[in-house]
Structures are given as structure tokens and as C-alpha cells.
Design a protein around this ligand. Structure first.
Ligand code: JFT
Length: 225
């Protein structure tokens, strides 16, 4: 998979060099290129923003640099992703769907957002997804893009070492995960649940499922209804 990211803060994305996704990039499974939006400006001050049409607070990102960036990056195979607080909620099902795409272009805006004509224009030339990672307020699209890239990246075949951990963590049963324990069997007076030490795999599976149900009911009851 190829991922292009357009942003005025390219240094944000240095975290993609480490850990799982860094390894995937080194192994050639994932090709990530970060672009500075200001490289697509032509004025002395490399301006990317201006006052909102119709008035109001803050600044809006001008369309011209975005148009040039998309001209340079879009192909027949591209899916363009705009993180935005006004987007549909990004969930695991969409992560799975996007992990099969050939080319993703993330457009990370700042200020009050990007001139809406950029999204319209992109939609005329590629598939466009406006998404939000949740109902809280961020200062721009970069952190949201990073969340989406990590969720997608780990689903690319070969990126996560053990495919079984993908199945177990997939949330496909719609339940929260069961609690995990490791050694020692007793730590600071706290015991590992004995069922996990007994070697009865059917009993372990039943206990874990029960924990999942109890946890989901307590923490996220809306997932059960
Ligand atoms: C916030 C964002 C997401 C997501 C993109 C762009 C500008 C700042 C802003 C904040 C509130 C209202 C603009 C962004 C997000 C989320 C994504 C931008 N801002 N208007 N905030 N919260 N969950 N995804 Cl471009």
C-alpha cells in the first residue's frame, strides 16, 4: 500500500518511522510519503490560509495549494481521506475496508478547516472520504490521520506478525476484550485467576467470554443493544 500525507506539519509524522509501521515500511509492505503543503504555494510567504468568506472567527485553508498537491498525487487508484470534525465516525469495519486499497491520500488541515471546494474538486476526480475519529475537538487533521493510518497499517497482511492476534482483537464479535495476565502467578498479593493456570482450554474460553460480556455490559452497554 502507498500512503501520501499532505500537511503543514510534516514533522508530526516522524512517529511512523518507529515500531510496527516503521518495520512495515522497511520491509516494503507500506510506502508512506509526507508532503509539506507549503511546497505547493508560490508566494514569498508560502501562504496557506485566509479569512473566512462570510466572516467569522479564525482562518480557512485556501484551495490553491491543496489543488496543486492533489494534481501531483492523485492517480486512478487513489482514495482521498479528509479528517474533519464534520465527518462520519471512523470504525474498525472501515479500517478493514481501507486496508485493501492501493493508494490513500490523507489531507490534514488546520485552522477552521479547508475550503469546501477542495473536497468537491477531489470528489470529481477520486473516491473521497470525510471522517472523524471521535466526538472531541482536535486542532487539526494530523493526529486523526495518524490514528487511521495505524488502524489500517496493522491490517495489511504481513505487518502484524501473528494473524491470530488480529482475529482476536478485531472487535468482530462486538464485545470488549477480556483481561490479560502473565507471570508471576502471584504479584504483590494479587493472584492470576486460577482458571487461567489450570490448562482446561474450554473452561478458559468460557471464562474469557464471560469476562467480555460482563465488561461490555458495565463499560459499553450500548454495544450490546
Ligand atoms: C479538527 C478533528 C477531528 C477529526 C480536521 C481541521 C481543522 C480544527 C477544528 C476544530 C473544531 C472545529 C475545526 C480539525 C479535526 C476530531 C480534523 C481538522 N480542525 N473546526 N477534530 N476532532 N475528531 N478527525 Cl482541517
Amino acid at each position: 500500500m502507498r500512503i501520501d500525507i499532505v500537511t503543514i506539519f510534516p514533522e508530526f509524522f516522524s512517529v511512523l518511522d518507529v515500531s510496527l509501521l516503521g518495520t512495515a515500511r522497511k520491509n516494503g509492505l507500506l510506502d508512506v510519503v509526507v508532503h509539506d503543503l507549503r511546497d505547493f504555494t508560490h508566494d514569498r510567504h508560502r501562504t496557506v490560509d485566509d479569512t473566512p468568506a462570510g466572516g467569522g472567527a479564525g482562518m480557512v485553508m485556501r484551495p490553491e495549494p491543496w489543488g496543486e498537491a492533489l494534481d501531483a498525487l492523485l492517480t486512478e487508484q487513489s482514495t482521498v481521506i479528509f479528517p474533519t470534525p464534520a465527518g462520519s465516525l471512523f470504525v474498525q469495519k472501515q479500517a478493514r475496508e481501507l486496508s485493501g486499497r492501493e493508494h490513500l491520500v490523507f489531507c490534514c488541515g488546520r485552522y477552521e478547516g479547508i475550503d469546501q471546494r477542495v473536497i468537491e474538486h477531489a470528489r470529481a476526480r477520486a473516491e473521497v472520504i470525510e471522517l472523524s475519529i471521535g466526538d472531541y475537538v482536535l486542532n487539526g487533521g494530523e493526529v486523526a490521520a495518524m490514528v487511521v493510518i495505524e488502524a489500517i497499517g496493522r491490517l495489511i497482511p504481513g505487518v502484524v506478525g501473528n494473524p491470530e492476534s488480529l482475529v482476536e482483537e478485531s472487535h468482530e464479535d462486538g464485545l470488549l476484550e477480556y483481561p490479560s495476565y502473565t507471570k508471576p502467578a502471584e504479584w504483590r498479593g494479587l493472584a492470576t485467576p486460577p482458571v487461567l493456570l489450570g490448562g482446561n482450554h474450554a473452561a478458559i474460553a468460557a471464562w474469557r467470554h464471560d469476562q467480555q460480556l460482563e465488561r461490555t455490559e458495565r463499560v459499553r452497554p450500548e454495544l450490546l443493544s
